[in-house]
Design a protein around this ligand. Structure first.
Ligand SMILES: *Cc1c(COP(=O)(O)O)cnc(C)c1O
Length: 392
């Protein structure tokens, strides 16, 4: 056995080395330089928006968006229970409190329970939503487009409008995903809510090593986030500051990588689609599980593939399966543990979380790197099927 198929690795087949070398040779490696503005423009054009600020991470982007939404200590922010913890941690950076929501069958936030929570657990007072329990203000919703699959934004935006809530889209996994039908046809993940955050971490659809970007409907708000990300410097020569800022700005070196990656984004997405279609065909009729689909009426970047396993039929634990697969050269992973069950979040409310608990125990993520050949996909699918069937 010499074959090893990693879960998700970066792809540098384009101009990455050329641009990074250029940035180094110019000496512009830090938080100033032409690649940063070039990347911002490139992303803005791609997303059909005017407003993009490059920053240091998707997490930092969510934090800046929460500040822009006016989230203060003791405010409540509605968040998913089933997500990567980075979607929730920024709520605590503001000393605000998360309330955890369930998912629907897309793995994204369930709008039915979201509405029920607003209706039954809260009251509207002077154009603010107040949670009855502790009288705290509910300020915002963080919606995650899980694995590049768009959340039900029509329903969620309706609820947000009705209950005076800001919407931050965690589009860290969804660069390139967009609606093709309905009210938001043509609109990309991250440009539908008030703010959107993207991540260019090493495993995302494009990478800058580490990095991110924030978008927003309001140009002034995005400019303000850019200002906060550079230590809120009001005067470049005399160091005058009127606010507490952050060191959240992307570096030119990262942006150089990003510019090259953006040139390849469409190609990456088309490879994701091709490999997904092949997996779909190969898992068709597999009695132990099925590949989750992407939402109808959308074009997804299909960043990550999720196999929903029938755990009652499986004769092994997910942990065991993952480690055996790794020994056979196929790297997979489980979906995340529920956030309200993580130690820093035990004390916070999880509202009727049921489906998320189910999905957190039966999802296997399949290898999805853009370098995968047809042969790699076949090998991965076959190894997974044989392994599962060998436990009897
Ligand atoms: C990757 C990711 C983040 C964080 O992005 P970073 O750039 O690593 O900070 C946040 N939320 C979700 C759902 C993610 O997958």
């Amino acid at each position: 056995m010499s074959r090893f198929i990693p879960l998700s690795i970066p792809n540098f087949e384009g101009n990455e080395k050329k641009y990074v070398l250029d940035a180094v040779e110019q000496g512009w490696v830090s938080t100033g330089g032409a690649y940063i503005t070039r990347l911002e423009k490139q992303i803005a054009e791609y997303l059909h928006t005017e407003n993009v600020a490059a920053c240091q991470s998707g997490t930092g982007g969510i934090h800046l968006a929460l500040i822009e939404c006016g989230v203060m200590p003791d405010d409540i922010v509605l968040v998913p229970a089933l997500t990567f913890i980075a979607a929730v941690n920024p709520v605590r950076y503001q000393f605000a409190e998360p309330v955890f929501m369930d998912c629907d069958n897309s793995l994204c936030m369930d709008p039915v329970k979201l509405r029920r929570f607003c209706e039954e657990e809260c009251i509207v007072q002077n154009d603010s939503l107040i949670e009855k329990r502790g009288g705290q203000k509910v300020k915002a919703i963080i919606v995650v487009h899980v694995f590049g699959n768009l959340a039900d934004m029509e329903a969620i935006m309706d609820i947000a409008e009705e209950y005076h809530l800001k919407v931050i889209e965690d589009a860290t996994e969804a660069l390139g995903s967009k609606y093709t039908e309905g009210r938001y046809a043509g609109q990309y993940a991250g440009t539908i809510g008030d703010f959107g955050s993207f991540s260019f971490n090493g495993n995302k659809i494009i990478t800058t090593g580490g990095g991110g970007a924030v978008t927003g409907r309001d140009a002034a708000a995005v400019d303000h986030m850019r200002y906060l990300s550079t230590q809120a410097k009001d005067d470049p020569h005399f160091y005058i500051h009127h606010e507490v800022g952050f060191n959240y700005r992307m570096t030119n070196l990262q942006a150089a990588l990003g510019v090259a990656q953006m040139e390849e984004l469409e190609e990456f997405i088309s490879r994701k689609h091709k490999n997904y279609d092949l997996y779909k065909e190969l898992f068709h009729g597999f009695s132990y599980g099925k590949l989750l689909e992407f939402r109808e009426g959308t074009y997804s970047n299909q960043w990550f593939y999720a196999l929903e396993l029938k755990m009652d039929l499986l004769k092994c634990s997910l942990r065991d399966l993952i480690s055996k697969l790794e020994q056979h050269g196929v790297q997979t992973r489980a979906i995340w543990g529920l956030i309200h069950r993580q130690k820093p979040y035990h004390e916070f409310l999880a509202y009727e979380v049921e489906r998320a608990a189910y999905y957190s125990e039966c999802i296997l993520n399949l290898p999805c790197s853009t370098q995968m050949t047809e042969e790699d996909v076949r090998y991965a699918a076959e190894t997974i099927q044989n392994m599962i069937e060998s436990y009897r």
